[in-house]
Design a protein around this ligand. Structure first.
Ligand code: GDP
Length: 426
């Protein structure tokens, strides 16, 4: 009986989608439990290349039941569009269930996200503008709309009026916009309700039963530990917990159900959006790593924005793995470093004359932290065709051992390319 969480140990974009896709074949359920369409999980398999924003990464295997849990920010339009696009490209119709308790990201959330980033200008947080922060703010202010509300018209209207009473004040006074009437939103929502109807379910009961029956369940995280609102680089964080500890909450499973926590670690660092990023590279060094990284360079899967690049950061990654409670690591993008004769890695931070190694500074101090770099030997060749750990060049093995000693967690799989089959299981 295994419930496995696949989560990011860094800032996101570690390659969780690829690892989930590779493991989905052994699972009965793949579950998204937090976040929304601000995810960008890139998957390359026999059907082609896909960037999934809202659908769980198990959708390429028709035997897998894909679940959108109550903890997610459901962007219904994006989900329905992604599903259509997948099938138009030859993927068999995926099995999909959406929690009736999941809440909906509404156009007004996206509007507020845009207006706020516009208002903040240079001081912005680098939002993906998918409405995620306004959505979660409304959810916790008890203004949100649950999927089940879509199927009770008078309740839906009442909930929208309740939400808009507060939102319209901000819209008019703060952003100088016209107010929105609840009735204006109804036709679109009722149309979406019908399209979602075949998929809505009590997914918590579904997963609880699957758990009791000993089925394999994969809980797929979005973003990474350093974006967690409580433990990460707040306020440059996301609005839902990115930690495996939240996975059973957002999915509707007992906390003790998870027995395996795979923290996905990138062989170097990348980060989208604003915020402190200690190992950040500039100029040619950054450009070269960005150009060679990922499957076609390191650009945001959702926004196309160039990702900020840095060397592997042992301080941040150790902290990320600890917070995730990682029981094993999946080290990704190792192939990317094959162009280097020597590979710099950040082993500690220097902060106001002190060396920081075993803890991660709070955001208020992080801007003053400087990376202390060490150089590891490079392997300086292509390793993307290798399928067995023993066949890796010694320097690549040493790099894996270095990550293990830096994090204190075993690297159980090494990804050496973006494709599903480019995976070494140890
Ligand atoms: P996710 O959100 O964690 O799933 O990560 P993204 O999909 O946003 O970013 C990961 C990027 O790395 C994508 O472009 C993947 O195709 C790519 N990728 C994943 N694993 C590997 C790998 O081992 N090697 C290379 N070269 N690219 C990889």
């Amino acid at each position: 009986m295994t419930v496995t969480a696949i989560v990011g140990a860094n800032w996101g974009d570690e390659g969780k989608g690829k690892i989930t896709d590779a493991l989905a074949a052994k699972s009965s359920y793949v579950v998204r439990y937090q976040g929304g369409s601000n995810a960008g999980h890139t998957i390359i398999n026999s059907y082609g290349k896909f960037a999934l924003h809202m659908l769980p990464s198990g959708v390429f295997d028709p035997a897998v039941m894909n679940v959108i849990g109550p903890g997610t920010a459901l962007d219904a339009e994006m989900l329905l569009r992604e599903r259509e696009e997948l099938m138009a490209r030859g993927v068999p119709e995926p099995q999909l269930r959406i929690s009736e308790r999941a809440q909906l990201v509404l156009p007004i959330h996206r509007l507020f996200d845009e207006l706020e980033e516009e208002r903040l200008g240079e001081r912005g947080f680098g939002s993906t503008k998918r409405g995620i922060a306004p959505f979660y703010a409304d959810k916790y202010a008890k203004l949100g709309i649950q999927v089940a509300d879509l199927y009770d018209e008078s309740r839906l209207l009442q909930r929208l009026e309740h939400m808009l009473a507060a939102k319209n004040v901000l819209l008019m006074q703060w952003y100088g916009r016209q107010p929105i009437a609840a009735r204006e939103l109804m036709p679109e929502l009722l149309e979406i309700a019908e399209k979602l109807r075949p998929f809505t379910a009590d997914t918590s009961m579904l997963l609880q039963e699957a758990y009791r029956n000993g089925e394999h369940i994969l809980l797929e995280g979005q973003l990474g530990a350093l974006r967690d609102p409580d433990h990460g680089i707040y306020p440059y964080s996301t609005s839902s917990s990115t930690l495996a500890g939240f996975a059973p909450v957002g999915a509707g499973l007992p906390p003790y159900a998870i027995t395996r926590i795979i923290a996905v670690v990138k062989a170097y660092s990348s980060c989208v959006g604003a915020g402190p990023f200690v190992t950040e590279l500039e100029g040619d060094e950054a450009d070269e790593l960005r150009r060679r990284g990922g499957d076609a360079g390191e650009y945001g899967a959702l926004t196309g924005r160039p990702r900020r690049m840095g060397w592997f950061d042992a301080v941040a990654t150790r902290y990320g793995c600890m917070l995730q409670g990682a029981t094993e690591l999946a080290l990704t993008n190792l192939d990317v470093l094959g162009y280097l004769k020597e590979i710099p890695v950040c082993v500690s931070y220097e902060l106001n004359g002190a060396i920081i190694k075993d803890s991660f500074p709070v955001t208020a101090k992080l801007d003053s932290a400087r990376p202390v770099l060490q150089r590891l030997p490079g392997w300086n060749c292509d390793i993307s065709h290798i399928r067995h750990f023993d066949d890796l060049p010694d320097a690549a093995k040493q790099y894996v051992y270095f990550v293990e000693s830096a994090t204190g967690v075993k690297v159980a799989s090494v990804s050496i390319g973006p494709r599903r089959e480019q995976l070494i299981i140890r």
